[in-house]
Structures are given as C-alpha cells and as structure tokens.
Write a protein that binds this ligand. Structure first.
Ligand SMILES: [Zn+2]
Length: 269
C-alpha cells in the first residue's frame, strides 16, 4: 500500500478533477455527498493508514477513502492512454489523465467512500499502529496484550495496521516462527526477531513494488505450496485456518511438524 501511495501522490494532485465517476454500485459505499461533489476540486495527494488510501481534497472538505482488499488495483492513466472499459471507479483530471480502480474478481470487495474529514478519521480510528517502523518494544507490548496465534494477530488491523495475509506469511517465515505460536509465549529474542522480520520484509516488499515487481517475484513463501523453501529447501506447506490460507516452511518454522487443519478437525469432532 505504501508503494501505491508514493506512486500516486504526485499525479493525483497535479490537476483538479474534471469528472468523478462512474463507480461500480458495489464499490461505492457512500452516496451523500455524491461522487460528483469532487468535480472541480483538487486532491492534496495520497495518504495511507494501514491498508487504506486516503485522498483529501485541498480545500479540506472531502476525503476519498479507498480500500483495495485483495484484488483491487489502482492505476494512473496518462491523457489518451487506453484503460479498462468498465472500471470499478474512474476519476478524470483536467489534464486528461485518469485514476482508475479495477478489481479482477467475481465478488467485488474493494470499497470507495467519499467522506467528510471527521468521518474519515472515524473510519481509521480503530486501526492499530503502523506496521512499518514498529520497534521490538512496541511489538512486544502488542504481543503480550492477549494470548493469540501469531498469524491472525499480525493480520488484525486493530492490533497492527498494514499487514495482510501474504505479508504475515513472509514475515513469520523470515522470523522462523510458527504461524500458530501464541503471542504470549514468545521470549525476548523471538520478539526482536519478529520485529526485525516485520520491518525487513515490509521494506523489501516496498522496494520490489516500487520497482514494479509482480506478486510472483515479491513473495517467497506466500502462494508457493510444494516449492522449495528459499532458506532450507524443504517443500513449503499450506494450512487453512479460519478464513485464511497460511503458507509456511515446516523445517524453518515448526520444527518439522505439519500443522493440523483446524477447520477440518472441527468438522470431524
Ligand atoms: Zn525452510
């Protein structure tokens, strides 16, 4: 998300918005004020809170909030450049450039909200501290707050903002910690390792994204079932937990143990 933000910050603020919309009915979550209220206004730039992008208008009256979820993509099109026929959202700027949101998925999950600055602050008020830059002391405090499994805890935006399922996989692998380990069981060296892994992995992801790398080049563990672990060569494993699929290395992370599918064991009980 931080890579998106940096990429969009300048182009979205270069010209006022000439035409706002159309937007897909499932994507636009607010109707008052209407999207057309953006027309004639200029965006101040792109901001980010956790996985949400915020585009405040430079008159301080409106904020366009975008949550891309898993499949949403934002793209800036230069004047005259061809874009998707039916994007989930289109903003056309006075110079002819366009910001388009696409979502290549049957079920539309990405969302766009047009809000007052107060309502936008409320939207993001529940988010935990930003993941990037979190130090071991702050992370330790979050881990000790309650006993939770590491993978869902890292993904919980109320605890830490900005980590999705893919990066939770990458971070836990780099930290050599089991996705099922309990947060309160970590000793100090493990908390340090997790804090380092978190910052190193997110920084690595940011660099790769800024250089335009694909998912396949960015992720070393996520979505790589059966491929050799890049550290030890063991085939990577996968486990379904709650609504999510977790990828991990049984050698680096779980002492050789294959994690049990908790959904399946619950059904069989
Ligand atoms: Zn390994």
């Amino acid at each position: 998300m931080e890579a998106w933000r940096r990429q969009l910050n300048d182009p979205v603020s270069a010209f006022p918005i000439a035409k706002a919309g159309p937007a897909h009915i499932a994507t636009l979550k607010t109707f008052d004020p209407p999207l057309t209220a953006l027309e004639g206004r200029r965006l101040r730039g792109a901001e980010r809170r956790g996985k949400r992008l915020l585009f405040p208008t430079d008159d301080g009256e409106l904020v366009l909030l975008v949550h891309l979820m898993t499949a949403g993509r934002l793209k800036m099109l230069r004047a005259g450049e061809d874009g998707p026929k039916t994007p989930a959202l289109r903003l056309e700027f006075a110079g002819g450039s366009k910001l388009v949101l696409t979502e290549n998925a049957r079920k539309k999950r990405a969302g766009v909200w047009l809000l007052s600055p107060e309502a936008a602050s409320e939207e993001v008020a529940h988010l935990g501290p930003e993941a990037l830059g979190l130090d071991a002391a702050a992370l330790g405090e979050i881990l000790r707050r309650e006993s939770r499994r590491l993978h869902p805890l890292l993904r919980d935006q109320r605890a830490i903002a900005g980590i999705g399922r893919a990066w939770a996989n990458e971070i836990l692998h780099a930290a050599k910690l089991s996705p099922y380990a309990l947060s309160t069981d970590l000793d100090d060296p493990e908390v340090d390792r997790l804090a380092d892994a978190l910052n190193d992995e997110l920084a690595r992801g940011l660099d790769l994204r800024e250089s335009g790398a694909s998912d396949a080049r960015t992720y070393r563990v996520h979505n790589r079932l059966g491929e050799p672990c890049h550290v030890c060569g063991t085939p990577l494993a996968r486990i379904d937990f709650e609504e999510h699929t977790i990828y991990y290395c049984p050698d680096c992370q779980t002492g050789g143990r294959i994690l049990k599918d908790r959904r399946l064991s619950r059904l069989l009980r």
